[in-house]
Design a protein around this ligand. Structure first.
Ligand code: ATP
Ligand code: MG
Length: 258
């Protein structure tokens, strides 16, 4: 079985992409699904959230440009079945350089393809930056599915048509004909407010088959865990954040892996 690749994206900043990449990835890994995270954000939040040091030359930069083997870039995390290709400082420069290359949209896809086969990976989760630049485009071209994270707040839906439009463009242009919207995960859900519920309802109305039933609650534990270099399952295994990401991962497993 070949790996299923998910880009976790939204061009909006601070909507839970990185938190979801890490904890959804860790939950899938705990189900016995060998999972690779790819940090495509120059902020390197996914890398540092797992307590992994950013080292120049250690990330996706060079393979991204040359299309060379990624296997030397894979780093084990302290969760079983979970690996990461870290981000590094130079990724921003890669974005510039990429634009002058041929086939610049599919560099990441080519590099990841061999890796997945050689390592027996079943899931790849790409943490996208909060822009629709070349690093996000490469991520979307490497992905089978885009999972969008949406903050449960007013105007959450705004910008959604832009990113779903990008899916359409990448499909129609032939850059990634098989890309699909895999799901919408609502994050930072506050069940004490009516607003969170209303936003959930609204998204559900427009995207009934894409929205995941599990909304990730707003909880300070989820925001604290990265500063200890831990996933929520290591930091607060019995809390609501861990329970929610496990439930979300069960939905993902059911939707894509059975
Ligand atoms: P960026 O666009 O900058 O990459 P992002 O979309 O990756 O951001 P995160 O980094 O996951 O978003 O989350 C933004 C901030 O909100 C972080 O400080 C994170 O710890 C916090 N956060 C994320 N999810 C939750 C949650 N469910 N409850 C509380 N805080 C959260
Ligand atoms: Mg992020």
């Amino acid at each position: 079985m070949s790996a299923i690749t998910f880009a976790i994206g939204n061009q909006k900043g601070g909507v839970g992409k990185t938190t979801t990449t890490i904890n959804l990835g860790a939950a899938l890994a705990s189900f016995g699904i060998p999972t690779l995270l790819v940090d495509m954000d120059t902020q390197s939040n996914a890398t540092s959230s797992l307590g992994i040091e950013k080292k120049p030359g250690a990330g996706v930069y060079e393979p991204l440009l040359s299309g060379s083997d990624l296997s030397g870039r894979v780093v084990a995390t302290n969760e079983k079945n979970l690996w990461i290709i870290p981000s590094e400082l130079d990724l921003a420069a890669a974005e510039l350089e990429l634009s002058s290359q041929e086939n610049y949209l599919v560099k990441l896809r080519d590099s990841l393809h061999n890796l997945a086969n050689n390592y027996g990976l079943q899931a790849i989760l790409i943490d996208c930056p909060p822009t629709l630049g070349l690093l996000s485009m490469n991520s979307l071209c490497a992905a089978d599915y885009l999972i969008i994270t949406l903050q449960s707040e007013y105007l959450a839906l705004e910008g959604l048509s832009q990113i779903t439009g990008v899916i359409q463009q990448l499909k129609e242009s032939g850059a990634n004909p098989s890309l699909e919207l895999g799901g919408i995960a609502m994050t930072m859900y506050d069940n004490r407010t009516r607003l969170s519920y209303e936003v959930w309802q609204e998204v559900n109305q427009h995207y009934p088959s894409e929205i995941f039933r599990t909304a990730i609650p707003r909880t300070v534990r989820l925001s604290e865990a990265p500063s200890f270099g831990k996933t929520i399952f290591q930091y607060d295994p019995n809390g609501v954040g861990a329970k929610a990401y496990l439930a979300l991962a069960k939905e993902v497993k059911q939707r894509f892996f059975v």
